[in-house]
Design a protein around this ligand. Structure first.
Ligand code: CP
Ligand code: NVA
Length: 325
């Protein structure tokens, strides 16, 4: 039997089958480990040119309130190339909380689709879709979390340094944004030593930091929040994201003022005191703002591998929750 099919038949499959992914807070370390290992198998299959039809006859609704390149393309191609039928629905096309409640939209989509992906503003919307649709719902980014991104980030870290446990990952930029928050949660779950470097005004909320610190006690991870860029010392990976996230455009000027001293450039990379430190970015990047061109386009950057890994990790999430196996 094929190894990937064997993986899907393991006992963990039971706990992941039919599951939504709203935030990693709901997942155990071993469930996340299972998905990471599955993503490696998916990537290997792809490299070998193997073709399968594990989603044949299945449908996936892709709901977008905000723009997307990677997330949309990853879901659409991962599902479609295995024989599934993804349907892209932007809020210009469908009723979603405008003329029809989110609850009713969820009920209707759940009657027609096997699963739903949502990208948009409120975390409560993706939670309502999951509560009322009766099918697995995947969070493709909200103002609060970006969980599918964080799984690809850990896969990329592991491709360079082996198992994530004990590795040092530093996020520098807007410490309260969706990407920073999801990285903090997944790091706490899998035992990464995670640091957010950000000005005091952009520290993440204390309740989530406390939750993550408590989780890190069990996993062997560590959560540090600081204003000091010297904290990148000995980092395995230095990560940044745009200073102004989608939906926050009115705060661009203030963000630029606060975060300019936190640009990831060559001199910041050198503060790690390691030549093998890698650079990560969820993308899209604004070169010359949060990162200099020489870093993101340079030899330490793994941003393009990371973008590709979005597809492999998303396929792993879909396989675990939707395969018949
Ligand atoms: N990283 C990411 O989510 O990219 P998109 O906004 O293009 O989907
Ligand atoms: N923090 C960014 C991530 C984009 C993938 C945003 O929300 O715009």
């Amino acid at each position: 039997m094929h190894t990937l099919e064997t993986s899907l038949k393991t006992s963990l499959k039971t706990s992941l089958k039919g599951r939504s992914l709203l935030t990693w807070l709901d997942y155990s370390e071993s469930e996340i480990r299972f998905l990471l290992d599955l993503a490696v198998q998916v990537k290997t299959e792809k490299r070998r040119g193997e073709r399968h039809s594990r989603f044949a006859g299945k449908t996936l609704a892709l709901l977008f309130e905000k723009r997307s390149t990677r997330t949309r393309c990853a879901f659409e191609t991962a599902f479609g190339e295995e024989g599934g039928h993804p349907v892209f629905l932007s809020t210009d096309d469908i009723q979603l909380g405008a003329k029809e409640s989110i609850e009713d939209t969820a009920r209707v989509l759940g009657r027609m689709f096997d699963a739903i992906q949502f990208r948009g503003f409120k975390q409560s919307t993706v939670e309502t879709l999951a509560a009322y649709s009766g099918v697995p719902v995947y969070n493709g980014l909200t103002d609060s979390f970006h969980p599918t991104q964080a799984l690809a980030d850990i896969q990329t870290l592991e491709e360079n340094f082996g198992p994530a446990k004990g590795k040092k990952l530093c996020f520098i930029g807007d410490g309260r944004n969706n990407v920073a928050r999801s990285l903090m949660v997944i790091s706490a779950k899998v035992g990464v030593r995670f640091t957010i470097i950000t000005p005091k005004q952009l520290y993440p909320k204390a309740d989530l930091v406390k939750t993550c610190r408590d989780l890190a006690v069990t996993s062997g991870g560590e959560i540090q929040i600081t204003e000091n860029t010297e904290a990148v010392a000995e980092a395995d990976a230095i990560y940044t994201d745009v200073w102004t996230s989608m939906g926050e455009e009115s705060q661009k000027e203030e963000r630029t003022r606060l975060l300019s001293p936190y640009q990831v450039n060559q001199s910041l990379m050198e503060k790690s005191n390691r030549k093998d430190t890698i650079f990560l970015h969820c993308l899209p990047a604004i070169k010359g703002e949060e990162v200099s061109s020489d870093v993101i386009d340079g030899p330490q950057s793994r941003a393009w591998d990371e973008a590709e890994n979005r597809k492999h990790t998303i396929k792993a999430i879909l396989l675990a929750s939707l395969s018949a196996g």
